[in-house]
Ligand binder design. Structure first.
Ligand code: SF4
Length: 294
């Protein structure tokens, strides 16, 4: 199994961020999970994914010593491949080629790849450029010189694994670990599908006394983090706003942010209740409050 798993994991390491399968866009305040774009404010899938990855990397050690190192770690796969090329004297040229590619890919897990590219080619972000150069130095040292020496001397995972010896783990412990990993993986996938990529927020703009009545002005804020456009309808159940701007559903394009002001006019205390609904009814958000006429 190791023979095919190692190249597959290595390939995944290189393609996952570029196809938006999983990456965190720190400057953009969002992250991608199987091409779904989600804001940091809806962080549950991100937290569960990180938790699952940590559990997976640690939990694998319960089944076989250094199982993660031998089957999954991209550094081990590349180092083994470079060692095999040593006799043809091709390891150094390949290590030189791989260094910037690995550094670029690692940063792409945390910064939009287009942003990194423009930082490198047009100098648009000094921070990204410095980070890339520092990472190139580190990866270069790893691939050109250290290779497997890194595992025995520096890598913290090598030390951590000593705490999780498979021979000390009972069969029940292994079953519980496997069940926990499966449950956490399932919860992670479910959380993505139950998380909306649409941000809905209500802001108060003004409260004006107009003689015998009060005028309250609000702003409905919508941000579409999805990859496709979204139609949003607003339904008022009690008091209607003045010149209702939501008579027709609102079309919001992918990546677009909208602020739609609307006002209520009241002479006495009145209840306001309305639903803001994207195409998926499960993502509806209800607002309910009362307005005073004085
Ligand atoms: S010790 Fe660290 S770098 Fe080496 S194979 Fe294991 S995880 Fe990878």
């Amino acid at each position: 199994m190791r023979k095919w798993l190692q190249p597959v994991i290595l390939l995944l390491f290189f393609i996952v961020p570029y196809f938006d399968l999983f990456r965190i866009d720190i400057p953009g305040g969002q992250y991608y999970w199987f091409t779904r774009r989600l804001p940091f404010s809806q962080a549950m899938p991100l937290l569960l994914t990180v938790l699952w990855l940590v559990f997976l990397v640690l939990g694998l050690s319960f089944f076989k010593p250094r199982l993660f190192c031998s089957h999954f770690c991209p550094h081990n796969t590349i180092s083994k491949f470079l060692r095999a090329l040593q006799r043809y004297k091709l390891d150094l040229p390949l290590a030189i080629l791989l260094t910037p590619l690995v550094a670029f890919t690692l940063i792409a897990y945390f910064v939009d790849p287009h942003r990194i590219w423009s930082a490198l080619t047009e100098g648009t972000s000094g921070m990204v450029l410095i980070f890339f150069l520092v990472l190139c130095l580190f990866i270069g040292a790893l691939l050109l010189r250290l290779r497997h020496k890194f595992c025995s001397t520096v890598c913290p995972y090598g030390y951590i694994q000593q705490m999780f010896r498979p021979e000390r783990t009972t069969t029940l412990g292994k079953i519980v670990t496997a069940a926990l990993l499966l449950m956490l993986g399932g919860a992670t996938v479910l959380s993505v599908f139950f998380t909306s990529g649409l941000e809905i927020d209500l802001g108060t703009i003004a409260r004006v006394n107009a003689g015998n009545r009060m005028i309250y002005t609000y702003e409905l804020r919508l941000v579409n983090n999805r990859k496709q456009s979204e139609s949003v309808s607003v339904t008022f159940h009690k008091l209607e706003p003045i010149r209702n701007p939501f008579a027709e559903p609102i079309l919001i394009q992918s990546g677009e942010a909208m602020k739609i002001p609307f006002s209520f006019e009241v002479q006495q205390t009145q209840e306001v209740e309305f639903d803001v609904c994207p195409q998926q009814p499960a993502d509806c958000e209800r607002f309910r409050f009362s307005l005073s006429g004085t």
